[in-house]
Design a protein around this ligand. Structure first.
Ligand code: ZN
Length: 291
Protein backbone atom coordinates (compact mmCIF):
# COMPACT_ATOMS: atom_id res chain seq x y z
CA UNK A 1 0.00 0.00 0.00
CA UNK A 2 1.22 3.51 -0.79
CA UNK A 3 0.30 6.69 1.03
CA UNK A 4 0.26 9.73 -1.15
CA UNK A 5 0.22 13.07 0.71
CA UNK A 6 -0.58 16.31 -1.02
CA UNK A 7 -2.15 19.74 -0.56
CA UNK A 8 -5.08 20.88 -2.66
CA UNK A 9 -5.69 24.62 -2.71
CA UNK A 10 -8.68 24.36 -5.05
CA UNK A 11 -9.84 27.83 -6.00
CA UNK A 12 -9.30 29.13 -2.51
CA UNK A 13 -6.28 31.42 -2.66
CA UNK A 14 -6.90 34.90 -4.00
CA UNK A 15 -5.46 38.38 -3.64
CA UNK A 16 -6.35 42.00 -4.27
CA UNK A 17 -3.74 44.21 -5.93
CA UNK A 18 -3.09 46.44 -2.97
CA UNK A 19 -3.40 46.35 0.81
CA UNK A 20 -2.71 48.89 3.56
CA UNK A 21 -2.30 48.92 7.30
CA UNK A 22 -5.16 50.79 8.92
CA UNK A 23 -6.05 51.57 12.52
CA UNK A 24 -9.67 50.73 13.36
CA UNK A 25 -10.91 51.25 16.96
CA UNK A 26 -7.28 51.61 18.13
CA UNK A 27 -6.21 48.30 16.60
CA UNK A 28 -4.09 47.82 13.49
CA UNK A 29 -5.37 45.72 10.60
CA UNK A 30 -4.23 44.65 7.17
CA UNK A 31 -7.01 45.82 4.84
CA UNK A 32 -7.62 45.74 1.10
CA UNK A 33 -7.21 49.08 -0.63
CA UNK A 34 -10.84 48.84 -1.76
CA UNK A 35 -12.19 48.23 1.76
CA UNK A 36 -14.23 51.45 1.75
CA UNK A 37 -16.15 50.41 -1.36
CA UNK A 38 -19.27 48.27 -1.53
CA UNK A 39 -18.80 44.64 -0.47
CA UNK A 40 -17.37 42.73 -3.39
CA UNK A 41 -16.71 39.05 -3.19
CA UNK A 42 -13.88 37.46 -5.02
CA UNK A 43 -10.39 38.86 -5.23
CA UNK A 44 -8.62 37.43 -8.31
CA UNK A 45 -7.14 33.96 -7.82
CA UNK A 46 -3.44 33.70 -7.12
CA UNK A 47 -1.33 32.30 -9.91
CA UNK A 48 0.54 29.47 -8.24
CA UNK A 49 3.78 29.48 -10.15
CA UNK A 50 6.39 26.92 -9.31
CA UNK A 51 8.48 29.14 -7.09
CA UNK A 52 5.49 30.72 -5.34
CA UNK A 53 5.40 28.34 -2.40
CA UNK A 54 9.07 28.42 -1.56
CA UNK A 55 9.38 32.21 -2.00
CA UNK A 56 6.29 32.81 0.13
CA UNK A 57 7.70 30.55 2.83
CA UNK A 58 11.18 32.14 2.91
CA UNK A 59 9.79 35.70 2.74
CA UNK A 60 7.38 34.96 5.58
CA UNK A 61 10.13 33.47 7.74
CA UNK A 62 12.25 36.56 7.21
CA UNK A 63 9.44 38.81 8.37
CA UNK A 64 9.41 36.52 11.40
CA UNK A 65 13.13 37.19 11.82
CA UNK A 66 12.51 40.96 11.70
CA UNK A 67 9.75 40.60 14.29
CA UNK A 68 11.88 38.44 16.58
CA UNK A 69 14.83 40.87 16.39
CA UNK A 70 12.48 43.89 16.59
CA UNK A 71 13.72 45.53 13.40
CA UNK A 72 12.00 48.79 12.55
CA UNK A 73 10.65 48.29 9.02
CA UNK A 74 8.37 45.43 10.02
CA UNK A 75 5.09 46.95 8.78
CA UNK A 76 6.59 47.82 5.42
CA UNK A 77 7.79 44.24 5.02
CA UNK A 78 4.36 42.90 5.95
CA UNK A 79 2.60 45.08 3.37
CA UNK A 80 5.11 44.03 0.69
CA UNK A 81 4.42 40.40 1.56
CA UNK A 82 0.63 40.80 1.47
CA UNK A 83 0.80 42.74 -1.81
CA UNK A 84 2.77 39.84 -3.30
CA UNK A 85 1.05 36.81 -1.78
CA UNK A 86 -2.20 37.98 -0.07
CA UNK A 87 -3.38 37.98 3.55
CA UNK A 88 -2.95 34.79 5.56
CA UNK A 89 -6.70 34.09 5.63
CA UNK A 90 -6.58 33.37 9.35
CA UNK A 91 -10.37 33.56 9.67
CA UNK A 92 -10.55 30.15 7.99
CA UNK A 93 -7.76 28.54 9.95
CA UNK A 94 -8.91 28.77 13.57
CA UNK A 95 -12.43 27.22 13.62
CA UNK A 96 -12.58 23.45 14.07
CA UNK A 97 -15.71 23.33 11.93
CA UNK A 98 -14.93 24.35 8.35
CA UNK A 99 -18.56 25.50 8.07
CA UNK A 100 -18.31 27.71 11.12
CA UNK A 101 -20.74 30.19 9.58
CA UNK A 102 -23.52 27.71 10.39
CA UNK A 103 -22.70 27.65 14.11
CA UNK A 104 -24.19 30.17 16.54
CA UNK A 105 -21.21 29.46 18.77
CA UNK A 106 -17.91 28.86 17.00
CA UNK A 107 -15.29 26.55 18.50
CA UNK A 108 -11.68 27.48 17.73
CA UNK A 109 -8.83 24.96 17.82
CA UNK A 110 -6.02 24.87 20.41
CA UNK A 111 -3.40 27.58 19.96
CA UNK A 112 -5.78 29.89 18.11
CA UNK A 113 -4.42 33.45 18.33
CA UNK A 114 -7.57 34.73 20.01
CA UNK A 115 -7.64 32.85 23.31
CA UNK A 116 -3.82 32.86 23.58
CA UNK A 117 -3.50 29.48 25.23
CA UNK A 118 -3.25 25.83 24.38
CA UNK A 119 -7.02 25.36 24.78
CA UNK A 120 -10.01 25.69 22.50
CA UNK A 121 -11.92 28.98 22.56
CA UNK A 122 -15.68 29.42 22.14
CA UNK A 123 -16.99 32.61 20.59
CA UNK A 124 -20.40 33.78 19.44
CA UNK A 125 -20.69 33.89 15.64
CA UNK A 126 -21.10 37.68 15.46
CA UNK A 127 -18.17 38.26 17.79
CA UNK A 128 -15.98 36.01 15.65
CA UNK A 129 -17.02 37.73 12.42
CA UNK A 130 -16.40 41.14 14.01
CA UNK A 131 -12.72 40.27 14.56
CA UNK A 132 -12.21 40.03 10.79
CA UNK A 133 -14.87 42.51 9.65
CA UNK A 134 -14.33 45.39 12.09
CA UNK A 135 -15.51 48.03 9.63
CA UNK A 136 -18.98 46.51 9.21
CA UNK A 137 -22.04 47.89 10.94
CA UNK A 138 -24.17 45.33 12.78
CA UNK A 139 -26.64 45.41 9.91
CA UNK A 140 -23.94 44.77 7.29
CA UNK A 141 -22.47 42.00 9.40
CA UNK A 142 -25.80 40.22 9.80
CA UNK A 143 -26.41 40.47 6.08
CA UNK A 144 -22.99 38.95 5.39
CA UNK A 145 -23.62 36.13 7.88
CA UNK A 146 -27.02 35.45 6.28
CA UNK A 147 -25.37 35.21 2.86
CA UNK A 148 -22.75 32.72 4.08
CA UNK A 149 -25.41 30.56 5.79
CA UNK A 150 -27.50 30.48 2.63
CA UNK A 151 -24.46 29.48 0.61
CA UNK A 152 -23.33 26.77 3.02
CA UNK A 153 -26.86 25.33 3.10
CA UNK A 154 -27.11 25.01 -0.66
CA UNK A 155 -26.42 21.46 -1.78
CA UNK A 156 -23.35 21.40 -4.05
CA UNK A 157 -20.04 19.62 -4.35
CA UNK A 158 -18.06 20.52 -1.27
CA UNK A 159 -15.14 22.04 -3.18
CA UNK A 160 -17.52 24.55 -4.74
CA UNK A 161 -19.04 25.46 -1.38
CA UNK A 162 -15.63 26.12 0.21
CA UNK A 163 -14.40 28.24 -2.66
CA UNK A 164 -17.63 30.25 -2.81
CA UNK A 165 -17.52 30.83 0.95
CA UNK A 166 -13.91 31.90 0.60
CA UNK A 167 -14.86 34.51 -1.95
CA UNK A 168 -17.47 35.95 0.41
CA UNK A 169 -15.15 36.03 3.43
CA UNK A 170 -11.33 36.15 3.17
CA UNK A 171 -11.54 36.93 -0.55
CA UNK A 172 -13.80 39.93 -0.01
CA UNK A 173 -12.70 43.56 0.04
CA UNK A 174 -14.12 43.98 3.57
CA UNK A 175 -11.95 41.28 5.13
CA UNK A 176 -9.42 42.74 7.61
CA UNK A 177 -6.63 40.75 9.23
CA UNK A 178 -5.52 41.87 12.70
CA UNK A 179 -1.84 42.85 12.42
CA UNK A 180 -0.88 41.33 15.77
CA UNK A 181 -2.06 37.92 14.55
CA UNK A 182 0.09 38.15 11.43
CA UNK A 183 3.10 39.05 13.60
CA UNK A 184 2.35 36.28 16.10
CA UNK A 185 2.28 33.71 13.29
CA UNK A 186 5.51 34.81 11.55
CA UNK A 187 7.37 34.94 14.87
CA UNK A 188 6.15 31.47 15.74
CA UNK A 189 7.25 30.06 12.37
CA UNK A 190 10.73 31.61 12.59
CA UNK A 191 11.22 30.36 16.16
CA UNK A 192 9.99 26.91 15.14
CA UNK A 193 12.54 26.78 12.30
CA UNK A 194 15.27 27.83 14.74
CA UNK A 195 14.22 25.06 17.11
CA UNK A 196 14.25 22.49 14.32
CA UNK A 197 17.64 23.54 12.93
CA UNK A 198 19.36 23.73 16.30
CA UNK A 199 17.58 20.59 17.49
CA UNK A 200 16.72 22.46 20.64
CA UNK A 201 15.14 20.11 23.01
CA UNK A 202 12.88 22.83 24.40
CA UNK A 203 9.20 23.04 25.06
CA UNK A 204 7.19 20.59 23.10
CA UNK A 205 4.40 23.16 22.75
CA UNK A 206 6.34 24.74 19.90
CA UNK A 207 5.67 21.60 17.91
CA UNK A 208 2.19 21.02 19.29
CA UNK A 209 0.97 24.38 18.04
CA UNK A 210 1.72 23.27 14.51
CA UNK A 211 -1.28 21.31 13.37
CA UNK A 212 -3.43 20.79 10.34
CA UNK A 213 -7.13 21.16 10.84
CA UNK A 214 -8.86 19.18 8.12
CA UNK A 215 -7.65 16.14 6.25
CA UNK A 216 -9.44 14.11 3.59
CA UNK A 217 -8.68 10.54 2.67
CA UNK A 218 -9.73 8.66 -0.45
CA UNK A 219 -8.68 5.93 -2.87
CA UNK A 220 -7.78 6.35 -6.51
CA UNK A 221 -6.54 2.86 -7.21
CA UNK A 222 -6.84 0.12 -4.72
CA UNK A 223 -3.12 0.23 -3.83
CA UNK A 224 -2.96 3.95 -3.18
CA UNK A 225 -4.43 5.84 -0.26
CA UNK A 226 -4.54 9.56 -0.99
CA UNK A 227 -4.28 11.83 2.00
CA UNK A 228 -5.37 15.28 0.93
CA UNK A 229 -4.94 18.43 2.94
CA UNK A 230 -7.57 20.83 1.60
CA UNK A 231 -6.14 24.33 1.71
CA UNK A 232 -8.55 27.19 2.38
CA UNK A 233 -6.05 29.93 3.25
CA UNK A 234 -2.49 31.05 2.56
CA UNK A 235 -1.48 30.17 6.13
CA UNK A 236 -2.43 26.54 5.57
CA UNK A 237 -0.54 26.53 2.26
CA UNK A 238 2.60 27.87 3.94
CA UNK A 239 2.25 25.44 6.86
CA UNK A 240 2.14 22.54 4.41
CA UNK A 241 5.24 23.64 2.47
CA UNK A 242 7.10 24.35 5.67
CA UNK A 243 6.39 20.85 7.03
CA UNK A 244 7.26 19.25 3.70
CA UNK A 245 10.55 21.17 3.41
CA UNK A 246 11.91 20.69 6.93
CA UNK A 247 10.96 17.02 7.07
CA UNK A 248 13.04 16.00 4.04
CA UNK A 249 15.98 13.69 4.77
CA UNK A 250 18.27 16.64 4.15
CA UNK A 251 16.68 19.89 5.29
CA UNK A 252 17.84 22.74 3.03
CA UNK A 253 15.74 25.39 4.79
CA UNK A 254 18.31 27.08 7.01
CA UNK A 255 19.07 30.17 9.03
CA UNK A 256 22.22 32.15 8.12
CA UNK A 257 24.73 32.01 10.96
CA UNK A 258 25.73 35.61 10.37
CA UNK A 259 22.58 37.64 9.56
CA UNK A 260 19.94 35.20 10.90
CA UNK A 261 17.94 35.24 7.67
CA UNK A 262 16.10 32.12 6.56
CA UNK A 263 17.20 30.76 3.18
CA UNK A 264 17.14 27.70 0.95
CA UNK A 265 20.67 26.34 0.74
CA UNK A 266 22.14 24.99 -2.48
CA UNK A 267 24.06 22.37 -0.59
CA UNK A 268 23.46 20.72 2.79
CA UNK A 269 26.67 22.07 4.32
CA UNK A 270 25.99 25.76 3.61
CA UNK A 271 25.91 27.92 6.73
CA UNK A 272 25.47 31.38 5.18
CA UNK A 273 22.88 32.77 2.77
CA UNK A 274 25.35 34.90 0.75
CA UNK A 275 29.13 34.96 0.10
CA UNK A 276 29.13 38.41 1.78
CA UNK A 277 27.83 36.92 5.05
CA UNK A 278 30.40 34.13 4.85
CA UNK A 279 33.22 36.67 4.37
CA UNK A 280 32.03 38.91 7.18
CA UNK A 281 31.69 35.92 9.51
CA UNK A 282 35.26 34.87 8.68
CA UNK A 283 36.56 38.36 9.41
CA UNK A 284 34.87 38.35 12.80
CA UNK A 285 36.21 34.87 13.51
CA UNK A 286 39.82 35.80 12.72
CA UNK A 287 39.52 39.05 14.72
CA UNK A 288 38.29 37.06 17.68
CA UNK A 289 41.24 34.68 17.30
CA UNK A 290 43.82 37.50 17.15
CA UNK A 291 42.49 39.24 20.21
ZN1 ZN B 1 23.36 36.11 5.96
Amino acid sequence: MDLNFYANEGSNLSKFVKYNIETINNKKYIVADSSTKKHSSGAPLIDLEEDFSINALVDLLNIGKSAVYEENNLEEQIINFVNTYSTLGLMNDFPINKYFCLDEKIILKDYNFIGNSDCTTILGREDYFKIFFPKCTDKELNKLIEKTIKLAETAAMEKHITSDLNKLLIGSNWYCEPLYMFIQYVKYMYNLLNTIINKEDTVETKYNAFEVNHINMFLTQKEIVNIEIPITSLKQFIDFYFARTVSRDVNLLKICKFCNKAFIANNPKAEYDTPQCKNKANVYKSRAKNR
